[in-house]
Design a protein around this ligand. Structure first.
Ligand code: CA
Length: 226
């Protein structure tokens, strides 16, 4: 099993590389994002351990480039940051697991083994509901092949609905996911944005995809009624 470790802190990378070698993994080390990306796209690895704060190209950029190039190797993010927004962003960009520094080697090893057992998963940056298509990486939306321009909030709202197609999402769930937890603005904000969204993705098309579930919230799915 061959592992690529992309980490600029020599202390951490020595400690991890030594531990992995003792566990009989073959380990290549890159000390910046660009050389990490070069190695990752040149050789075949079973797993990549990727730090986020890296010189030249940061870990998030490396991850996005890999996934855009369709490199499906499992990626474990290693980082000092533990902000929820970072985690969500990197999972959406195609990270498979996340470990916050400082960590015990034993914990890293458990996660590595779990990822290796699972192997590469096919993941796509594109979600589809009927003829509506949303590309998370390119941040583009099309319906029936026609490009639709959305604001950042409309895009997040649609992404959340489409990632949960067929499920009913309450206004509270939507607010917590699309806005942030401290949001305390007008309570009908969700209805206002859903109306904008319908105007763009549903009004000129059939069937209508966004469904209102009275007293509960919203859902998107095939053959939904307005
Ligand atoms: Ca670093």
């Amino acid at each position: 099993m061959r592992i690529l470790l992309v980490e600029d802190e020599a202390k951490v990378s020595n400690f991890v590389a030594r531990g992995l070698t003792e566990e009989r993994f073959a380990v290549d080390v890159a000390a910046d994002g660009k050389s990490g990306l070069d190695l990752a796209t040149t050789y075949h690895y079973d797993l990549i351990i990727l730090d986020l704060m890296l010189p030249v190209l940061d870990g998030s950029q490396v991850l996005r480039r890999l996934r855009t190039d369709n490199v499906q190797v499992p990626v474990l993010i290693l980082t000092a940051r533990d902000a929820v927004a970072d985690k969500v962003g990197n999972f959406e960009a195609g990270a498979d697991d996340y470990l916050t520094k400082p960590f015990a080697f034993a914990e890293l090893l458990v996660r590595i083994k779990a990822l290796l057992r699972r192997g590469p998963v096919s993941r796509s940056s594109v979600v589809r509901v009927a003829d509506l298509e949303l590309d998370r990486l390119a941040q583009q939306v099309r319906r029936a092949g026609k490009r639709i321009d959305l604001t950042a909030k409309e895009f997040s709202l649609l992404e959340y609905l489409m990632s949960n197609a067929g499920r009913v999402l309450s206004r509270t769930m939507i607010i917590e996911h699309v806005w942030d937890h401290s949001f305390d603005g007008i309570t009908n904000i969700v209805d206002v944005y859903v109306r904008h969204l319908r105007g763009k993705v549903d009004d000129a098309f059939d069937p209508k995809l966004i469904r209102t579930v009275r007293g509960v919230g919203y859902s998107i799915g095939h053959g939904a009624q307005p």
